[in-house]
Design a protein around this ligand. Structure first.
Ligand SMILES: Cc1cc2nc3c(=O)[nH]c(=O)nc-3n(C[C@H](O)[C@H](O)[C@H](O)COP(=O)(O)OP(=O)(O)OC[C@H]3O[C@@H](n4cnc5c(N)ncnc54)[C@H](O)[C@@H]3O)c2cc1C
Ligand SMILES: NC(=O)c1ccc[n+]([C@@H]2O[C@H](COP(=O)([O-])OP(=O)(O)OC[C@H]3O[C@@H](n4cnc5c(N)ncnc54)[C@H](OP(=O)(O)O)[C@@H]3O)[C@@H](O)[C@H]2O)c1
Length: 379
């Protein structure tokens, strides 16, 4: 028996629900070599699963006594979707995951989604990551049961205090919410962002019209895709397409800035820089990475072309450097008296950012009130 604390020990002081729910593993999607997305369906006649954006699940997988801990990346709205009629269910096959988390999901009924990193030493993660058939030309093949664990029941319990809305703050008094994500730390923040956004473009924003969202997302540069001369594809970058579409479709007010680290910098090919500038996914371009773009949909940046899901193809500009508090977060915050910042990244990033945001101005910090800077540490 190892002496390392498991999820239950690490989160013993966190709030968690009493109810243990049964869910069914409905689909698995490979994002890249290290991260997979899992969709957990809520069975018919089950009690509803309630949670706040940002919360996680204790996850009990078959044959493993101790729970794993994984963050819910979908929204409470998706956990409340109506069940399809029994007739349509009999005739239907499972549709593929929609990056929007929108209408096609309604055919599936309520669900929760997780994004889990490959961790062979962690028994629940290893169970979820056991080999499945590779994707085929048919994008529905995985979702329709190619994997041996599809259809298995898991038990889950909701917990956690890193949530939207921010505890102790009246959201109506806020002008800005700043999300700072590092790598897989994007998980709780994508749930919060999509919860703030109405399900469809054009619908009114439930959080109030004055709230501006600044999303800063730093991740390792995957490099250009083989065979795509000079293009980086968003589809291999966890939730990037989903996040970018929220801003592009105007479902929240604000902007997204992307930071790709550890890559080749600006030496890569340019996929349509004019188009990239006009999409304004980021607020201010500092010129540093403006010739670099990540393509979304359609395989390459083709302006307003529509892909098969009715979403347009476009390009996301990015910075080829790390995100910093001084250069990036401070500007995104604006007036700290009317802002709240959520940080979830690798532990050193989280600790450094929280310290700078909350330390006094005389010490070079931003002097934010501690309850306005929320973070989650995964260990
Ligand atoms: C609040 C929170 C949210 C998280 N959200 C996510 C997420 O969304 N996605 C994600 O990929 N990861 C998430 N994690 C991390 C995840 O829970 C694991 O820590 C991660 O999979 C790394 O596992 P590890 O075995 O490499 O390391 P550790 O978790 O540090 O485990 C160290 C060792 O302890 C033992 N051990 C740990 N857990 C168990 C267990 N359940 N049963 C038996 N032995 C165990 C194993 O020997 C393991 O090698 C989250 C963690 C927390 C606390
Ligand atoms: N809250 C948490 O405790 C938490 C959350 C998420 C992940 N994790 C764990 O952390 C490990 C790595 O996660 P990952 O693979 O997703 O992340 P990663 O790919 O190693 O890093 C993600 C991004 O964060 C940047 N970054 C790291 N440290 C930084 C710092 N001090 N300042 C500014 N930017 C910084 C990285 O830049 P560089 O490439 O320059 O390093 C990279 O762009 C995993 O084991 C994961 O499970 C913990």
């Amino acid at each position: 028996m190892t002496s390392m604390p498991d999820h239950l020990e690490r989160t013993a002081a966190e709030p968690r629900d009493k109810s243990l729910h049964t869910v069914v593993l409905q689909s698995i999607k490979d994002v890249n070599n290290t991260t997979r997305i899992f969709r957990l369906g809520v069975p018919r006649d089950s009690p509803p699963i309630r949670f706040l954006p940002g919360q996680w699940l204790d996850v009990y997988v078959p044959g493993v006594e101790r729970a794993g801990g994984f963050t819910i990346t979908s929204t409470p709205r998706e956990a409340r979707l109506a069940y399809p009629s029994l007739e349509s269910e009999e005739a239907d096959v499972t549709p593929s995951l929609n990056e929007q988390g929108e209408n096609v999901e309604a055919a599936q009924g309520p669900y929760l989604e997780l994004a889990v990193q490959r961790s062979p030493e962690n028994p629940p993660a290893a169970w979820l990551w056991q080999e499945h058939d590779p994707p085929t030309a048919d994008p529905q093949s995985l979702a329709s049961g190619a994997s041996s664990i599809i259809g298995r029941e898991l038990r889950v319990r909701v917990g956690g205090g890193f949530v939207w809305p921010p505890p102790g703050i009246n959201v109506r008094t806020l002008r800005r919410v700043v999300f700072v994500a590092g790598g897989v730390g994007v998980n709780p923040l994508v749930s919060m962002l999509c919860s703030l956004a109405p399900a469809a473009a054009g619908a009114s924003n439930t959080a109030g019209t004055n709230l501006e969202v600044r999303f800063l997302y730093s991740l390792k540069d995957p490099g250009v895709s083989a065979g795509d001369s000079g293009y980086r594809k968003a589809e291999n970058m966890l939730f990037l397409e989903r996040i970018a579409r929220v801003f592009r479709q105007g479902r929240v007010k604000g902007s997204l800035e992307v930071f790709l680290t550890g890559g080749g910098g600006s030496g890569t090919g340019i996929a349509n820089a004019e188009e990239a500038k006009s999409t304004s996914i980021t607020g201010d371009e500092d010129g540093e990475g403006e010739e670099n773009v990540i393509t979304v949909g359609g395989g390459q940046a083709e302006g307003e072309n529509e892909n098969k899901e009715g979403n347009d193809a476009f390009a996301i500009p990015f910075h080829s450097r790390r995100c910093t508090v001084e250069n990036d977060v401070a500007g995104a915050v604006g007036d700290p008296r009317f802002a709240v910042v959520y940080v979830c990244g690798v532990p050193t990033m989280t600790d450094q950012f929280v310290a700078k945001l909350t330390s006094r101005r005389a010490e070079g910090g931003l002097g934010m009130e501690p309850h306005r800077v929320l973070c989650e540490r995964w260990w």
